[in-house]
Ligand binder design. Structure first.
Ligand code: SAM
Length: 243
């Protein structure tokens, strides 16, 4: 069975490739994972993707996250990227052309996938995050208003939903998927061990991580289970498996 350590090790190996030089030496090239987010509101994402784990992961060049403003690809002077729906009906629809141009401007990596955020798409889960973490690049298209022109379907690989409810835009979905995938990229989390027992990460999708405690030992009468203070690693492991 491929455990989480070897899963990370294998991915780390896949993420590095070696280029021969004229003198017969090999240069190791780190192929960091790239996340491109196509949106009309890049500012919504800026603070989230530039804090905490995602910030550190970008600084250490494990991943790169880039937002792309669809309005830059509008052909009119007011930078409009939406219009009323053919056939009538409420609201506005994002136009296909600026999205097409924006997609064309993004440099594609070898193993790349284009995802349209869509409440009716395939519901995102940890297994999908693991599958995406094997890629070199994820490109997200964030809808807004009533959604996007249906002809965008020809430009994408998958439609993904982050849950059975309707949000006002795809930006939160893109952030959710980016973070869930980035955590699985080798080196992004401090310790690969953190991933080993994580909820939904076992062979069975319904595995839930054991309860965690930190100081104080006694909080208003609620005590930390004695076994966790025992120093007996075998027994602690057994307790964690059953809780
Ligand atoms: N009229 C659409 C419908 O009824 O399905 C809803 C459009 S929604 C207001 C605008 C955009 O938000 C969508 O195009 C999609 O990109 C994004 N969105 C909303 N809910 C989402 C969800 N649960 N998962 C992923 N994206 C979502």
């Amino acid at each position: 069975m491929l455990n989480k350590f070897s899963f990370c090790g294998l991915m780390e190996f896949k993420r590095k490739y070696y280029v021969g030089t004229r003198r017969g030496a090999y240069l190791q090239i780190n192929n960091f994972m790239k996340f491109d987010i196509i949106t009309i509101f890049p500012d919504i994402l800026d603070s989230y993707i530039n804090e905490s784990i995602l910030k550190r992961a970008q600084k250490s060049k494990k991943i790169k996250i880039q937002t792309h403003d669809i309005r830059k690809f509008s052909k009119n002077k007011h930078k409009t990227v939406d219009d009323t729906p053919y056939g009538g009906g409420p609201g506005m629809v994002l136009m296909v052309e600026p999205i097409y141009k924006c997609l064309k401007s993004i440099k594609k990596k070898r193993k790349s996938k284009i995802i349209l955020l869509d409440p009716a798409g395939k519901q995102f889960n940890q297994k999908m995050a693991q599958r995406y973490a094997n890629l070199d690049q994820l490109i997200f298209i964030c809808g807004r208003y009533e959604g996007v022109d249906a002809r965008v379907d020809k430009l994408i690989n998958e439609k993904v939903s982050i849950g059975p409810y309707v949000l006002s835009g795809g930006e939160l979905g893109a952030a959710v998927i980016t973070e869930a995938v980035a955590r699985l990229v080798p080196g992004v989390l401090g310790s690969a061990e953190s991933l080993q027992y994580e909820t939904f990460s076992g062979k069975k999708a319904d595995v839930i991580e054991y309860p965690q405690y930190t100081r104080p030992e006694n909080f208003k009468g609620q005590k930390v289970p004695k076994i966790l203070l025992s120093g007996n690693h075998k027994e602690i492991e057994g307790w964690r498996k059953n809780n």
